[in-house]
Design a protein around this ligand. Structure first.
Ligand SMILES: [Zn+2]
Length: 184
């Protein structure tokens, strides 16, 4: 079986009124993430949403403006991506989805042969999570049209680095593998 992670598709990142809005490129991935979640649900895959859930005094706010404070509108999953029945929603407080969350245990129990990683931000939470998946011997898959970044250059660099360093499989719109060098 396969697993899909949906990272930080929250109002503060994806809604234009959000505190750390990632821009149009992030809005463009919503439908693709929805399609992936629905197809994993139909195929009895494991679906795990990761949600930034910060304390108002969180030290991460030395690096970024306050965002995704636990229990606020900004920290909620966007309405377009309401988790389907059976999906898990795990709160996190740092970039990687593994830091002080249940993800390690959840994946160890499920033994997925692939872990698809979607959401924002490509060069931050997505890349750190993909690295930590590889460090645990999982095979990460990154659908390139289901991840987004504030910065298009960081986005491209992060995809390339995940492919080369972590052996992430990059896939395009129809699930076809795309090597970075073949991309326009
Ligand atoms: Zn955060």
């Amino acid at each position: 079986m396969k697993a899909v992670l949906v990272i930080d598709m929250l109002n503060d990142f994806i809604d234009p009124r959000g505190a750390l809005y990632c821009g149009e490129s992030a809005r463009r991935i919503i439908l693709r993430v929805r399609d992936l979640v629905d197809s994993f649900a139909a195929g009895h895959g494991l679906i795990v949403y990761l949600r930034d859930a910060h304390d108002p005094q969180d030290k991460e706010f030395q690096l970024f403006p306050p965002h995704a404070i636990a229990g606020t509108w900004g920290g909620q999953v966007i309405p377009e991506l309401t988790p389907p029945p059976g999906a898990l929603v795990l709160d996190k407080t740092r970039f990687t989805a593994f830091y002080r969350t249940d993800l390690e245990r959840v994946l160890a129990e499920a033994h997925p042969e692939e872990v698809w990683v979607t959401g924002v931000v490509t060069s931050i939470c997505v890349m750190d999570t993909v690295g930590d998946l590889r460090n645990r011997d999982y095979t990460p898959v990154v659908p390139v049209d289901a991840v987004a970044d504030f910065d298009p250059q960081f986005h491209e660099f992060a995809l390339k680095r995940m492919e080369r360093v972590y052996g992430a499989k990059l896939v395009g719109e129809h699930g076809v593998a795309v090597a970075m060098d073949e991309r326009p």
